[in-house]
Design a protein around this ligand. Sequence first.
Ligand SMILES: [Fe+2]
Length: 496
Amino acid sequence: MDARQRRRRRWLAIIVLACLVGGGVGTWRLLFGIDGPLYRPRTAGGGFLVAPYVQLGDAPRTGTTESLTILWQAEDHDADWAVEARDAPGGAWRKAGNSTWRRDARLSPGPRRFYQTTIAALAPGAEFAYRVKCNGTPLFEAKARARKGAGQPHRFVAFGDGGANTYEQMAIAYRTALARPDFVLVTGDLVYSKGRLSEYLDKFFPIYNNDLLGASTGAPLLRSTPMLVAPGNHDLLERNIDTYPDALAYFLVWSLPLNGPLATVGALNTPIPQGTEPRRRAFLDLAGPAYPKMANYAFDYGDAHWTVLDTNLYTDWNDPTLRAWLEADLAAAQDAPWRFVAFHQPPFHSSISHGDEQQTRVLADLLEKYRVDIVFSGHIHNYQRSYPLRFAPNRGADGRPIEKLGRVDGRWTLDTTFDGKTRTRPDGVIYLVTGAGGARLYDSHQQGDHSSLQEFTARFVSNTHSLTVVDVDATMLTVRQITADGNEVDRFIVTR
Ligand SMILES: [Fe+2]
């Protein structure tokens, strides 16, 4: 080997070593000057480890007055944090509720405190401003809107499978903000790939709560718009907290209604953390009552009732406890003009990817019996809409649907007369897959290949990232599917 070859080998070794030590892709980008999402500016700043964001909190029902919860993360040292709100520009600031905090002393991603304050006495649907002060100094200010009540038309955006730190995720965040929704419903796989707190810090908050509004940055969305989320497989399936001490962050970063059916640590159908006792204890102490209850919940918004389910593989939706809770929840919502259900794994889709994951079809009878209007799912990274559908699964001698390796076979009846334009009263449940929120698309090659689609699929868009925009009033739903570029690729109306 001559001197030139030795030099070349030495440089190659240095580059490989730098990649390994410095974090792989990031180092390549630095070495070769590649600009991209990994090097966008971080936006927490101002004394925050995570900038303030709004959540519905444990408030499942609409009321004559409303509340919203403000959450943020800051360093683990004593400080006098306070939140103030005002209802009109130029009005007087009033003190919100006392701030409470929980200490996360774990080393990954670093010690911190989770703060939260609830702003109460808000008029339904009213816009208000809030500011967060530390030791008397205002550090952060934003506007938000209280939840709307019955009779108040509203708009929400739904998408899933976003938190992959891609330009497409940023573009979807940007489009979401431009739509000015009253809330955002995420159909799971909130952050890739293991639902860790460190991943939220890297791939979630900097994009959905960016100071800048832009197609290549994200949007200041979370500070103003409540996000309601369904847990996906990438959110709750990694439960080895010895290997990933900051896994299961779902139960730490969200503040959602605590009216789910499962409250016992270690119970069936819950994502049980695995690891040594001190780490388990640290997680459980930090999560408090949110774990495991917050995996399933229900809430009202405007004229709609929502039920959000955890349909990950450790759950069995044939389980009588789970079914009884869902049945009671839907039965109690029969007076609501609209009923929506969200869960990650779709029962009916035409993608070749995940084609054998049909276990959520066992929910179909309850969804039909209690007249659910639309089911929103993700998991499949594209957009699909079914015809209004009724499903009769093949049942075993015990009366339960037969599930074999994820497959649930049976017969469906389709309302193919529903066109969403002139015929707008569906006979059956409409199943939407809206999982094109930012992660790599699935099955682009099926675009336009109608022979590859199941007969229940009415619309299939797999070659572009997209989001669902839904306008709701007491008698009509207008559903539009919008691409990351702002083009409409589906629209349908449902009327009462
Ligand atoms: Fe998924």
